[in-house]
Design a protein around this ligand. Structure first.
Ligand code: ADP
Ligand code: MG
Length: 233
């Protein structure tokens, strides 16, 4: 695992995020410090409501902290305008969701290629690479199928191919196996591990210890705080 500071991708310093709900406020993130280097595979664990998704959304530039400093690829995210932010998201970040988030009227391949429609820059990937990813993920003969013709595990493979299309610097996966049976979940994890071995940096949110134990490092969250960090050999 790299620890060279030039290969630092994520630097979150004292990140706080509070949600106001009616007249109460919920401290979803409470002074969180996190760093990730190129090639890392980090799992974020913790009970429901502990702030895992809030942290992932901030690191993925989908949300901003109320206070604290977040640097992604050495750039201060708070200082970026909307255009720079969406360009950094499109070319450097890939997202995988628990509920897949596929468009039902589109084929597997069209779903994978969707990010290319939104990207202004040329870094969003190519049709050729989309086909290559689907083949590698075992869906070479399912590219023209719509999501309702695919199993849950196959849908998530499409979600992973879509997230990897731009060769993102950082892949963020929020409970990607939460809707899958355990055998399918472990197949999906094996795929993520294989991409990590080839250098893909991954942040994986999960509440299952068995899943987290595959990561290099486990961050345990509770009540918006990092309670403990565990290194795996
Ligand atoms: P986790 O992903 O670990 O289940 P979340 O990050 O989703 O936790 O939530 C952390 C806390 O913030 C919880 O108490 C949750 O209810 C609250 N929360 C999350 N999102 C919102 C929101 N959009 N509005 C209000 N409260 C929220
Ligand atoms: Mg969550």
């Amino acid at each position: 695992m790299a620890s060279d500071s030039s290969k630092l991708i994520v630097q979150g310093h004292e990140l706080c995020r509070t949600y106001e709900v009616g007249d109460t406020s919920v401290r979803a993130l409470d002074h969180v410090n996190i760093e990730m280097h190129v090639g890392d595979f980090v799992a974020v664990m913790g009970p429901s409501g502990s702030g895992k998704s809030t942290l992932m959304n901030i690191l993925g530039c989908l949300d901003r902290p109320d206070s604290g400093d977040y640097r992604l690829l050495n750039r201060q995210v708070a200082a970026l305008d909307d255009e720079s932010l969406s360009s950094i998201r499109n070319s450097h970040l890939g997202f995988v969701f628990q509920s897949f988030h596929l468009l039902p009227r589109m084929t597997a391949l069209e779903n994978v290629l969707l990010p290319m429609r939104f990207a202004k820059t040329g870094h969003a990937g190519s049709r050729e690479y989309g086909c290559e990813l689907l083949s590698r993920l075992g869906l070479g003969d399912r590219m023209d199928h719509r999501p309702n013709q695919l199993s849950g595990g196959q849908r998530q493979r499409v979600g992973i191919a879509r997230a990897l299309l731009s060769k993102p610097t950082l892949l963020l996966a929020d409970e990607p196996t939460g809707n899958l049976d355990s055998k399918t979940a472990s197949e999906i994890l094996d795929l993520l591990l294989a991409f990590n071995r080839e250098g893909q940096t991954i942040l994986l949110v999960t509440h299952e210890h068995e899943i987290a134990s595959l990561a290099h490092r486990i961050i345990h969250m509770r009540d918006g705080k990092i309670e403990q960090e565990e290194m795996n050999a």
